[in-house]
Design a protein around this ligand. Structure first.
Ligand SMILES: Cc1ncc(COP(=O)(O)O)c(C=O)c1O
Length: 457
């Protein structure tokens, strides 16, 4: 069934990588083997072992540039794309997005530190979170990082800490706009059941409270309506709602200069997925904000957006080595790989689907070879693919899973004390390590056996 893997041969969208399944540098080389970023994947595994995370630099930069270009086209002069670092946080990713002129959104001191050390300017970082600790708030304030206030508790901690440090602080508030998105449909609701953000109905009271604070200056609004969204209408509605809230804030004396419409643009994980392009998404939000501002005679705010998945997901692949096979006649054949839910928790958490191929024979595909691809963890649900058609394969062969750049490495764990994989950056035929492979010994580093137990043993 060659059509099943035609995603490897289809014309690739160079401008909007989220519309491809594979990184844009993917080729089948003259030996009929998989090659990404000018590197033979087989050679990389020979050198760096598996499982292996790989990021393709050109795909990453093309995604960033597509956002920049579209913003310049549809919202000239006054915009800032911000990378949602939860998708994949590292010194490398911080550095790459900074070099493309992006800001960064962080939700913990760890992500903030990674951003600063990676070279993101503090004035381009925003700090999110529904339960920030005092220590995290202090860290943000001392580094003059803009804080996105999520709830009343957050506001009172910010007020107290900024008063005690005598620091003025620019804040944005996050609210729930009553738009509920699923991948393929959305609904408008009066209130939105979410742990994040202020309810839209509570904003008047909130604006009244903030205007009386000594050190907090409300300069922006934020809303994020979901992730892996394929429709444009929810973001069209969002732009208009945000401008209305901007108007509301103005009545209380707040000068809202920034609107952050969050992230959420979907990517193509499988042949069935058909997300809008980055250009279409930016056009939609830009036009919606511009129209609403014009209607209400408001100056255009700085437009911010926070893409995560659509920046990094398609640039990333994970390579696994095939180990055991188990055939249950008449039911299924399990094929086990050397990673699984610890390096990619999305299938077991969200029943997410991916595309994959054999590294040494990418175009091979035999409808008789349907495998349930299992991870190596001690968990029956540790299954990466319920049914994957592959060509003939055997123990030792390599599988490449596409679209794993986002929410894989950043959500990985050490379940079963399995060390995290190495991560490589590939570009122009060169591979560089951006995350060292952990060893089982590394995992003992933070364990402490109290002295009396050592004495007993
Ligand atoms: C506040 C916020 N901004 C941005 C994002 C990034 O979303 P995505 O990766 O879908 O673009 C998320 C993801 O959940 C989020 O919670």
């Amino acid at each position: 069934m060659k059509e099943k893997i035609s995603f490897l041969k289809n014309r690739i969208d160079l401008i909007s990588p989220n519309k491809n399944i594979v990184p844009i540098t993917t080729v089948i080389d003259s030996n009929e083997k998989l090659n990404i970023g000018g590197c033979s994947i087989e050679d990389l595994v020979r050198k760096y072992d598996s499982p292996l995370y790989i990021l393709d630099e050109i795909t990453l930069r093309n995604s960033c540039r597509a956002y920049k270009k579209a913003l310049e086209k549809y919202y000239p002069g006054v915009s800032l794309p911000i990378y949602a670092s939860k998708a994949n946080s590292s010194l490398f990713m911080s550095n790459l997005v900074a070099s493309e002129g992006f800001g960064l959104d962080a939700v913990s001191e760890g992500e903030l530190l990674t951003a600063l050390k990676g070279g993101v300017p503090n004035e381009k970082i925003v700090f999110h979170g529904n339960n920030k600790s005092d220590k995290e708030i202090e860290f943000a304030i001392k580094n003059q990082i803009k804080v996105i206030v999520d709830n009343d508790h957050d506001l009172s901690r910010l007020e107290e800490i900024s008063d005690s440090l005598k620091f003025d602080l620019e804040i944005m508030i996050r609210f729930t706009p009553g738009i509920e998105c699923h991948t393929h449909d959305y609904i408008r609701t009066g209130s939105f059941d979410s742990k994040f953000g202020f309810g839209i109905e509570s904003l008047n009271k909130l604006f009244g409270v903030i205007i009386k604070t000594k050190h907090l200056k409300l300069i922006g609004l934020h809303a994020h309506i979901g992730s892996q969204i394929f429709e444009l209408d929810p973001h069209k509605d969002l732009g208009e709602i945000m401008v209305n809230v901007m108007l509301q804030a103005k009545e209380f004396g707040h000068n809202i200069k920034e609107l952050n419409v969050g992230g959420g643009l979907g990517i193509k994980y499988t042949q069935e997925d058909d997300p809008p392009s980055i250009d279409e998404w930016i056009k939609t939000v830009s036009e919606s904000v511009k129209e609403a501002c014009k209607k209400n005679k408001l100056d255009l705010p700085v437009l911010m957006c926070e893409p995560g998945r659509s920046i990094v997901s398609t640039a990333g692949v994970t390579i696994y080595k095939i180990g055991s096979f188990k055939e249950i006649p008449g039911i299924r054949t399990y094929l086990s790989v050397d990673g699984g839910m610890s390096d990619n928790p999305r299938p077991i958490t969200y029943q997410s689907n991916y595309s994959a191929c054999l590294v040494n024979n990418p175009l091979s595909c035999n409808s008789k070879n349907k495998y349930t691809v299992a991870g190596k963890h001690c968990e029956s649900g540790d299954v990466l693919f319920k049914e994957l058609e592959l060509g003939n394969c055997k123990t030792g062969d390599l599988i490449c899973v596409f679209g794993t750049g986002a929410y894989n490495n950043s959500m990985s764990s050490n379940y079963n004390r399995i060390p995290k994989p190495a991560a490589l950056l590939v570009s122009n035929g060169e591979a560089e390590i951006i995350q060292k492979r952990e060893s089982p010994h590394d995992l003992l580093k933070y364990d402490v056996l109290p002295d009396r137990f050592i004495k007993q043993s």
